[in-house]
Design a protein around this ligand. Structure first.
Ligand code: SF4
Length: 329
């Protein structure tokens, strides 16, 4: 069943935190707070779309800290969204928030108004990384909030970042392992991007912070995604959606970040099957062809440089997760 979200951005006005990677002016200065009419309009537009399916359509309040916004305003948004659940036009509500903004009271309210999924910005499970990036919460908050969310019967989503200030590859892999222990239903992996007017920009400019290269971020995100997949955790996002060009300072942003990870995974799988330097035909499912070839034929070039000549052939009889390799004699 295809899944669709009606996304409503709720900026967190006056957030008391100063996370190293976040430009609050950017968040709060340019975005209008949605009102009840905006929520109704968004749903009414979505339900006329061809892709609309009432059983899989959810309203998603995203923007970071839904449960930390003004309580009356949060209730207004929830009540407005809930009427579409009651009349059967929408199947649930998703929200995202900070790990230290979850407790019994808030979860009771969320349950009452039809919230089905809660995503927490965990970002790191290393306290020294959370502290160095001014997150204002500890790893223990992620553990406590995750357990409580599951006890209440919500779907749990956890978001993590790679390449934060003071975080090494080993620290990020540790974060992934700790997240796996919490058994979330979904995860998102975000490589850190340095944007203007942030603490990270200052650290980067003075030479104290070195962002990940695109290559290292792709390699690490692929490893982390594999860990989650191997533990039956649904990875719903790898890489940031988009970023305003004028905000970008540094870091491994790419419009098709996840495809780069997919291509790297295909390259690694194929490398294990190649031994003799020779010419090969590799049959792959149609849907996987571009991943095997890689962006700008990167995988073909990579193997050519190593002495392997490879021709990929689309073949729908091959399983999606498989390939068939034949040496050309
Ligand atoms: S990322 Fe951090 S600073 Fe930015 S809105 Fe969220 S909690 Fe506040």
């Amino acid at each position: 069943m295809s899944h669709s979200n009606i996304s409503i951005f709720v900026p967190h006005l006056g957030c008391p935190h100063q996370c190293s990677f976040c430009n609050q002016k950017h968040i709060t200065g340019q975005s209008k707070l949605p009102n009840a009419q905006d929520v109704e309009d968004a749903v009414n537009i979505a339900i006329t779309s061809k892709k609309y399916d009432k059983d899989s359509c959810e309203i998603a309040f995203f923007g970071g800290s839904f449960t930390a916004i003004d309580r009356d305003y949060m209730l207004l948004l929830l009540k407005t969204a809930y009427q579409f659940i009651k009349n059967g036009q929408v199947s649930g509500i998703r929200i995202s928030t900070r790990p230290d903004c979850i407790d019994n009271v808030i979860l009771t309210i969320l349950k009452q108004f039809g919230v089905t999924a809660i995503e927490l910005g965990a970002q790191s499970m290393n306290d020294f990384v959370l502290e160095a990036n001014n997150r204002g919460h500890r790893a223990e908050d992620v553990v406590k909030a995750s357990k409580l969310i599951k006890e209440f019967g919500f779907s749990l989503g956890l978001q993590m970042m790679t390449g934060l200030f003071k975080s090494s590859e080993a620290d990020d892999l540790y974060t992934a392992d700790k997240i796996i222990e919490l058994q979330p239903d979904t995860v998102r992996i975000y490589p850190t991007i340095t944007i203007k007017n942030t603490y990270l920009e200052k650290l980067y400019t003075e030479g104290s912070y070195a962002p990940q290269t695109l290559e290292s971020a792709v390699a690490l995100a692929t490893k982390i995604e594999d860990k989650f997949i191997n533990n039956n955790i649904n990875v719903i996002r790898v890489g940031l959606h988009s970023i305003e060009a004028e905000s970008y300072v540094a870091g491994p942003w790419h419009p098709a970040f996840r495809e780069l990870c997919d291509s790297l995974r295909c390259r690694e799988q194929l490398a294990k099957a190649l031994s003799k330097k020779a010419e090969y035909i590799v049959r792959v499912n149609d849907t996987e062809l571009s991943k095997f070839i890689g962006q700008k034929r990167s995988n073909i070039k990579h193997f050519e440089d190593l002495g392997f000549k490879i021709k990929f052939i689309p073949d729908n009889t091959v399983n999606k997760s498989d390939f068939i390799i034949e040496e050309v004699k």
